[in-house]
Design a protein. Sequence first.
Length: 285
Amino acid sequence: MAELHSLRPAVPGVRLVPPAEPDAQVRVELRNLTRDFVLPEGIFRAVDNVSLSVREGEFVSLIGPSGSGKSTILNMIPGLLESTSGDILIDGQPVTSGGVAEKVGYVFQKDTCYPWRTAKQNIALGLEVAGVPKAVREARVMEAIDKAGLSGFENAYPKMLSGGMRQRVSLMRTLIMRPGILLMDEPFGALDTHTKLEMHKLLLDVWESERQTVLFVTHDLGEAITLSDRIVLLSARPGRVKDIFEVKLPRPRDAVRIRESAQYATLFSEIWHSLGEEFVKGKAE
């Protein structure tokens, strides 16, 4: 497999940095990934020649202006969307389009709670489908409910829960399956600032315990810095890897206090400058 630091940048002047643990196994690898859409006006290229490696236990965020192909890339990784060209490998094996790859969990932008199932039943759904014995299933579900701060609401239906609580249910339904690779497409984008910070704390607590390999799509730069080991900045359409930033802020991280540090402010300013250039390019199109 190609090492990250050996890949050629898609845009001149890119600084590619190696992962925090260069000897760790590559779990997700994208090689020259491209995706075109056929529209009445002609062929629309959303993603252009994207190459990226994500290693075992890394938390990597994709950021970029609207239309830069972030969600398109995420949907191609498990085979939910077919690539036009290029390769996707999970643990060294090519991904077959048309189905979700094994070992991969996906958290969507909108909570996906079933309204006829309680919080407890929603979280248990994947375990039920997998045929996990009832006693084991219930123990794991109650552990997840406690960890997510949902104790007392386990028998509540989604209409009785706040947006943040429903998203906790959706998150725990995925995490309870213990996926080695977690794909997250702006899961907290619709939440208010306070609730979003609570979700950051929950995700950091779970991730620092389980150390899944995470690829996280967001428009929120502060969110990306708070959560990530590396941040991949995509260019304005078509999406290319413009820059990759290493987040060296110490772990474990406090989702609130980290934003008060000088390191956070410096990194935010550096990334914002590069991101702002892509906003300008996007508006000029």
